[in-house]
Ligand binder design. Structure first.
Ligand code: ADP
Ligand code: MG
Length: 710
């Protein structure tokens, strides 16, 4: 897990020393630190930040202790111990006396140990939570250390407390004790070991303390203000370099990458546009198409993220882009995250392209081997112009004749690594268009996908009636069902969605079956016909059930969330979501996007149990008050934090040590702005004042694109 490479350097840096070399660690504790906290080197220890500090800088006279003061430190002479009480009430007491009064100390546990190590008659510093017992101050289980009565002040620094584990505590490496190691480490470090990595000008304008000072002060600050300044500085550094790396990747691509050139808009594109396009493109669609045209025409590789709310019409943009590739003699691939969606894309594209001489094929995990062989052959020979599929299309045996464009629909299931695999499929890397199903707040998108260019379709096709969303409780079920019947009587179709709780597939399945049976009692055959689709179903059956719904042989589709992405049945006008409280906001929004695709007024009904937590209640409120996916994404981010947001989990780009994307948004924006200004002025980082940035990126081996550039 934690394998780290030693940097190749003739002067091994002190921070890459194995942790076992630190005084007070030794082999046994070193192994534990590695296993429990992933601390392998001095540097790792330095980056193991405290989660709070204890203030022992002051010594409070006993007379000044007042009820209401939480923790305090008192210095004085220790009286002899007294053992009081029997059995459970047994306790050890002693007093600390200073010039102003007497503080009572009490121990209920470790009594014999305390008696052994603490010496009455000696001066001690005691620290702990002060309480008052019959008007007198006392501390139960105080922390104690020997005191030099010459010293009238307390500690010079706030004492750090670190995250630790039970196993470490057993080896005397609890939250406080780790601080002793950190303290030993810091005394060894000089400014040379932690060189500044931000330009002076930037530090001055943002009032950031130096890097060396920041590391000292995040561990051992003299004041809370200094600690906060240290955190601020290190946070900025963290987010700034993350952005710089991403931006460099993007700049590198803009300047140095080679891309195939789609130089002309040819017959296929033009004929399709004039003869086959079933509607006028929205302005947003036209704008994005233009951005893509420019990108793919200039000989650099395109790497673009296309965001658009559900139903904003991303597919047609993708298709036009694919036609552009075909016009220029290149093959294109469209990747979808699920079999169902891939098939639907394939059907849709085939129908739209019917009049045109374009060969479209599909390849998924369930494609039969005979057919697969044929597709692979024709693909390699260049006879297939467009390939639609699941991630089966990027597997090794798939070879293209001349792949020029890859479109990834519903991006979140594809990680950065999978994107990279595409590079091997053609001598010149194909253009890549990534389309997200779930809008991601802009800040987040720029942070997680800062290496991509960004387009957004911020407009829905005209004539859409907003979906009316309501929240109903379980005890409204029969009136909800009556509503469904009324809609079906008007010739519409209905989705009923059950949640998928990943921990137990079996339970999910049982839930779904139970739900299905219940729906059936409300909607008996032959008056009503129901399709059902779920993850455990064989592909052919899924497809058959989907098809029956698409062709209106069935009026009701009962399904788990497999239906979530992309599926398009314009006549379906009601989305009933069972146990809505079990879904996240973005997922609810995605599901809702399955309706409102036709001319009819559409409804989304969020059914929940009676007892709702605050957060679930909030989600229902948001869903019933807005249809805007971007607004919902923002709220989702606020409610759940970035770690949980679809589309960012796998990117890894958001796993920061200190930065919290939601709460530190102002800082994220500031870092982004700095980054852009610097690269605009000095894309090579060749100005003397940017030397520090370059040095730092170079020192971060393996993490940066820099090696490729210089
Ligand atoms: P998504 O962005 O969610 O993938 P789709 O591409 O599936 O959305 O489009 C949703 C629906 O809107 C489809 O039925 C599509 O044909 C239709 N559509 C797309 N663009 C337009 C437009 N400019 N005018 C009218 N309908 C459109
Ligand atoms: Mg789509």
């Amino acid at each position: 897990m934690f394998v780290k490479k030693q940097p190749i350097s003739t002067h091994p840096h002190i921070l890459s020393n194995p942790i076992g070399y630190l005084k007070g660690v030794g082999p046994q504790r070193a192994e534990l630190l590695q296993k429990e906290l992933g601390i392998f080197t001095f540097g790792d220890l330095l980056l193991h930040y405290p989660f709070r500090h204890v203030d022992k800088t002051r010594i409070t006279p006993v007379a000044a202790l007042a009820p209401g003061e939480e923790y305090a430190q008192v210095a004085g002479l220790l009286s002899p111990f007294e053992l009081i009480g029997e059995r459970r009430a047994r306790r050890l007491t002693a007093q600390i006396r200073d010039k102003t009064g007497v503080l009572e100390l009490v121990w209920f546990q470790s009594i014999s140990l305390i008696q052994k190590v603490i010496q009455p008659g000696q001066p001690y510093l005691v620290y702990g939570k002060v309480s008052f017992f019959m008007g007198k101050p006392q501390i139960v289980h105080p922390e104690m250390e020997a005191w030099d009565p010459e010293k009238l002040r307390g500690k010079d620094f706030l004492e750090p407390v670190y995250p630790s584990t039970e196993k470490l505590k057993a080896k005397n490496l609890g939250g406080r004790q780790i601080g002793k190691l950190t303290a030993a480490l810091i005394t060894h470090l000089t400014e040379r070991d932690l060189p500044e990595n931000l330009p002076l000008k930037m530090r001055e304008s943002l009032r950031l303390m130096s890097r060396f000072e920041a590391f000292r002060n995040i561990h051992f600050p003299q004041t809370t203000a200094l600690y906060e300044a240290a955190v601020r500085r290190l946070k900025f550094e963290e987010i700034f370099f993350a952005q710089l790396r991403m931006n460099l990747l993007r700049w590198e691509r803009h300047r140095f990458s080679k891309g195939v050139v789609f130089e002309k808009v040819g017959d296929l594109f033009n004929r399709f546009y004039k003869e086959c396009l079933p509607f006028e493109l929205t302005n947003a669609q036209k704008r994005v198409l233009k951005e893509i045209r420019i990108d793919t025409g200039k000989g650099k590789q395109m790497n673009r993220l296309l965001q658009g709310d559900v139903g904003s019409g991303k597919t047609i943009v993708a298709l036009l882009n694919m036609l552009l590739a075909a016009d220029n003699g290149f093959q294109a691939v469209l990747m979808a995250p699920t079999e169902i969606l891939a098939r639907q894309h394939f059907q849709g594209i085939k129908e739209l392209l019917e009049p045109l001489p374009v060969e479209v094929a599909i390849l998924t995990g369930t494609t039969k081997s005979k057919e697969r062989r044929l597709v692979l052959e024709r693909l390699a020979a260049g006879e297939i112009h467009m390939l639609v599929g699941t991630h089966a299309v990027i597997e090794d045996p798939v070879q293209f004749h001349n792949l020029g464009l890859v479109i990834i629909d519903e991006q979140h299931r594809f990680g950065v690594a999978q994107r990279a695999r595409l590079w091997d499929k053609a001598p010149i890397p194909p253009h890549v268009l990534v389309m997200t199903a779930t809008p991601i707040p802009r800040t987040l998108a720029m942070t997680a996908y800062g290496d991509l260019d960004y387009s957004v379709i911020d407009e829905l096709p005209p004539g859409r009636k907003p979906i009316q969303t309501v929240h109903r409780f379980e005890n409204d079920r029969s009136s909800v069902m009556d509503f469904l019947k009324a809609e079906i009587a008007l010739g519409r179709q209905v989705y009923v969605i059950f949640p998928l709780i990943e921990e137990s597939e079996k339970l999910d399945y049982e839930n779904l079956m139970q739900g299905y049976e219940e729906i059936k009692t409300y909607f008996p055959e032959p008056q009503y016909w129901i399709s059902m689709v779920h993850g455990k179903m064989p592909a052919f059956q899924k497809e058959e059930n989907m098809r029956r719904f698409v062709t209106h042989d069935t009026q009701i589709m009962v399904s788990t969330t497999v239906i979530e992405v992309g599926v398009n049945v314009p006549n379906a006008s009601v989305m009933l979501i069972e146990s809505s409280e079990k879904f996240g906001l973005s997922q609810l929004h995605q599901l809702r996007g399955r309706v409102g695709r036709g001319a009819e007024k559409s409804y989304c009904i969020l059914l929940t149990g009676k007892k709702l937590g605050n957060e679930a209640r909030e989600r229902m409120k948001i869903m019933t008050s807005t249809n805007n996916g971007f607004v919902i994404a923002e709220k989702d981010l606020e409610l759940r934090g970035p770690g949980e947001i679809e589309g960012t989990r796998q990117s890894g780009a958001l796993s920061f040590k200190l930065v919290d994307i939601v709460n530190d948004r102002a800082m994220v924006d500031a870092a982004k702005q700095q980054c852009e200004e610097i690269l605009k002025e000095d894309p090579d980082l060749s100005l003397p004042e940017h030397e520090v940035l370059k040095d730092f990126l170079r020192s971060q081996k393996g993490k940066t694109a820099w090696s490729k550039i210089s």
